[in-house]
Design a protein around this ligand. Structure first.
Ligand code: SF4
Ligand code: SF4
Ligand code: FES
Length: 819
């Protein structure tokens, strides 16, 4: 951790960590420095040059200059004001005057800075060239509006990890020489570059996350769907939390009436605070999943009450709020029903085993820890689809912190291989499914400190002495007779030569590499990666939770947290898996008459509107989620809802009179780490100093730990084609699939091109996929990022029961036949 230092900005004393960028120090102290191109958490691009300041008498760029003890900063001088004014004039050269229809108008950094710099005349000019608009995946790019700030390029590379955008050359007239001689020099340099560049796009690399749209300061990149739909000042911003995955990122539903004729509110787009939290494509584009047209009907209500009374089981998933989970728990207590939620139950079991060896109720990493680390390992998560925010953090850490990482997953993924800057900063290790015990033992072997005796002993049994041939360079001194050209005399000269000598050496072989199914040379790679690394994160994914040996894996994760320098993140599988697993007493098996809460059952309450009675979708509810950061975060109502909510049924069944569901927020169980805080007291914002001021963090608890684990007893074998349960990028559940911008995805068998060739298939063929538990007819779709011969089957569509193809894990042996 860097030292705290003191400096002054415009006479104000500011404290910060040594090495922090001056711009961030100013922002944390509420001091304004104009800046268009800098993105917090990404590398400075120095494209706009607006952030010029004077530091100890020298002009520097605040986004790139680092804080030092005692520095004196002036944010504006006469020369800096001239430069900034000229820069803004240049940005306005040939910028189309279409603010009346431009989507960014009102939120536009070009407009804001032009006004702030009081630009009311134009001193510069160059002939414009034709720059046509293009359509890129989810967005439109208008090069005429683009100010080549490179923010989109930077966020795609440094944060998202796609590298789909770059600056490219364009035809243009040269700038008049007079400008070079007479205008402020930073403004000229910026203009010269701007005049020759625009942005290029590689479709195959793009994952349609839309983060580049979010960071664009002008209207050059806009969502195709949102374009020309609304001015930004007409939209009401409703703070919420991502309802589709456990990052529960802060986001805003932007809402206004549907049309002049239809005054019903509608969500027009989702936006985010891109300096502090990035969004997945699912959160950004999967917003219109509300349960429309629900009304109250006493007969249906009575039937629902009867169904609850008759129920032996209530079955549900973790796409619900903490408050709904608490109501279900109260119904369990009152009605004596079983609560069945496979997702939360598996996570609950995993965390109980984890706590037994770690001694801690929770894993100790947050997303911010992952962003800040410089050596990362991901095990058992298909990161690009399972957990986009964790993937961003992984890439961001490798890219910005001179970090390195290991990505262990049976499905090879070129998207992940592209992380980091040029050079080998990430190693992806593909292995046969379900070998994760060996990976966790390897981490304990390589990084464990003061390991318990039984573990040390077991790890020693996995070592053998082996010999290998190595080539050594041996230096030898030889003598040569050399003739002096002038005198003709011969004399002896000695010189040193290097010879390659092959020899056999003994070494300690770790059987764990063989058990994982990877080459022992990985050890050298890891050792090379570890140079100058001091901050470690382990990311643990769903494959370990849905694993026949999940109890042992959880215990090993606990031992890693306790005995290695790694901070551990166990990614909760659904939005509120962690919250539900803490609040509810869950059973494994359903029985008897089942009431389904967003699950198929004898009587179903459904937020999709396809059940026996309606309940609200998550964009129609207020309440809280528990995020992967162990943070309880609020979400708000974006759209109205006319039907019954769970609280209405609970009032009847519990003989209670709770007016609003959020009255349960302060009743969340404190013995599980929740706090007694009213919903309306929960903040949902980031502060200027980047502090996450959202809800509250759960209290951890410690317990006595035991050093127990099982040795590796079995290597799992698969026959035929191996299939994996995973969704394509941006799909998480039936609600993302319902959203109009994501509804074109298909429930399919996703394959690499090499597997497609091996199976003799073509894209869009129909195949029958059969496993020991089920069979399903599916379309074949290529995932160009896949490199291995394991296919994945999506499960986001509730109406196609592909989950049944899998039984004890996310993997299954399958027979694939063309139909
Ligand atoms: S498209 Fe937007 S974000 Fe990208 S360089 Fe142009 S102005 Fe900047
Ligand atoms: S949508 Fe996402 S992946 Fe595609 S170019 Fe933009 S930032 Fe990159
Ligand atoms: S913000 Fe520093 S150069 Fe643009």
């Amino acid at each position: 951790m860097s030292e705290m230092i003191t400096l002054t900005i415009d006479g104000k004393t500011c404290q910060t960590q040594e090495g922090e960028y001056l711009l961030n120090v100013a922002r944390a102290n509420n001091i304004y420095i104009p800046a268009i191109c800098y993105l917090t958490r990404c590398s400075p691009t120095l494209a706009c040059r607006l952030c010029l300041v004077e530091a100890d008498g020298k002009q520097v760029y605040a986004c790139n200059a680092k804080a030092k003890e005692g520095m004196q900063i002036q944010t504006v001088t006469e020369n800096i004001a001239k430069e900034r004014r000229a820069i803004m004039e240049v940005y306005d050269v040939n910028h189309p005057l279409q603010c009346g229809v431009c989507d960014q108008s009102g939120d536009c950094e070009l407009q804001n800075n032009t006004l702030y710099m009081k630009v009311d005349s134009q001193s510069y000019a160059v002939r414009d060239t034709y720059r046509p608009t293009t359509h890129w995946g989810v967005m439109n790019y208008d090069p005429g509006l683009c100010i080549v700030c490179e923010k989109c390029v930077t966020v795609c590379k440094d944060m998202i990890g796609s590298n789909a955008l770059s600056t490219v050359k364009r035809d243009s007239d040269a700038l008049d020489k007079d400008f070079k001689e007479n205008m402020p020099k930073d403004a000229y340099a910026m203009w010269n570059k701007l005049n020759k560049s625009l942005i290029g796009f590689e479709k195959d690399k793009c994952i349609d996350c839309g983060e580049c749209i979010s960071v664009c300061p002008v209207g050059a990149l806009v969502s195709h769907d949102f374009q020309y739909k609304s001015n930004s000042w007409e939209l009401t911003k409703i703070p919420a939390s991502n309802p589709h995955s456990s990052d529960c990122s802060l986001m805003y539903y932007e809402v206004k009436h549907t049309s002049i004729a239809d005054q019903m509110p509608m969500i027009y787009r989702v936006t985010n605070e891109h300096h502090y939290a990035s969004l997945s494509g699912a959160a950004r584009f999967g917003y219109d999943f509300e349960n429309k047209n629900a009304t109250k009907n006493q007969k249906e209500f009575n039937e629902a009450i009867e169904a609850f009374k008759q129920a032996n089981t209530i079955k549900f998933n973790s796409y619900i709020t903490n408050e709904e989970a608490l109501i279900l728990e109260k119904l369990r207590e009152k009605l004596g029903v079983k609560l069945v939620n496979e997702d939360a139950k598996r996570f609950q079991n995993f965390m109980n085993h984890f706590a037994s060896t770690s001694g801690s109720r929770f894993y100790n990493a947050t997303l911010k820890d992952i962003h800040n680390s410089n050596f990362l390992i991901s095990v058992g998560s298909f990161l690009k689809s399972d957990a986009p925010s964790v993937k961003y953090a992984f890439n961001n850490a490798i890219t910005l912190n001179k970090g390195a990482g290991l990505y262990f997953h049976p499905l090879g993924d070129t998207h992940v291989e592209g992380f980091g800057k040029k050079g080998k900063t990430i190693e992806t290790i593909t292995y046969a499914p379900l070998r994760e015990e060996a990976i966790l033992f390897l981490i304990l072997e390589l990084f464990g400190e003061n390991l318990p005796e039984n573990l040390r002993h077991y790890l020693n049994t996995l070592k053998t002495k082996k010999t290998k041939k190595v080539v050594e360079v041996v230096k030898e001194t030889i003598s040569e007779m050399v003739k002096d050209e002038e005198t003709g005399e011969e004399k002896e000269v000695k010189k040193v030569v290097s010879n390659n000598v092959e020899k056999e050496v003994e070494y300690e072989s770790l059987q764990l590499f063989e058990l994982i199914g990877c080459d022992e040379s990985l050890l050298e790679t890891i050792n090379a990666m570890l140079d100058k690394k001091d901050s470690y994160s382990l990311i643990v994914g769903e494959d370990l939770i849905y694993h026949p040996q999940s109890a042992n894996l959880a215990k090993l994760c606990g031992l890693i947290q306790k005995y290695t320098p790694f901070k551990v993140m166990i990614i909760p599988t659904q939005t509120n898996t962690l919250g539900v697993s803490l609040i509810c007493t869950l059973d494994e098996q359903e029985e008897g008459f089942v009431v389904g809460y967003n699950e198929k059952a004898n009587f179903e309450l459904s937020a999709l509107g396809d059940g026996n009675i309606n309940i609200p979708a998550l964009n129609q509810q207020e309440g809280t989620f528990t995020s992967c950061d162990k943070r309880v975060v609020p979400t708000n109502v974006a759209l109205p809802y006319g039907g019954y909510v769970l609280n209405d049924f609970a009032n009847e069944l519990l003989e209670d009179e709770v007016e609003y569901t959020i009255e349960y927020t302060e009743q969340l169980p404190q013995e599980k780490g929740f706090k007694s805080i009213e919903f309306d007291q929960l903040p949902n914002e980031f502060k200027n100093n980047q502090e996450e001021n959202r809800g509250y963090l759960l209290d951890n608890a410690t317990q006595e730990s035991i050093e127990s684990f099982e040795p590796i007893e079995k290597l799992y074998g698969f026959t035929g084609t191996v299939i994996y349960k995973a969704n394509p990028i941006n799909q998480f559940n039936e609600f993302t699939y319902k959203a109009h911008q994501l509804s074109n995805d298909k429930t399919a068998l996703y394959v690499s091109s090499s597997l497609m060739e091996k199976l003799g298939l073509n894209e869009n063929d129909k195949v029958e996929v059969s496993t020991s538990s089920s069979k399903e007819e599916l379309e074949v779709i290529i995932d160009h990022h896949l490199t291995s011969d394991i296919a994945y089957v999506s499960y986001f569509d509730k109406t196609i029961p592909t989950k049944q193809l899998f039984s004890t894990s996310r993997y299954s042996s399958a027979t694939i036949k063309k139909v």
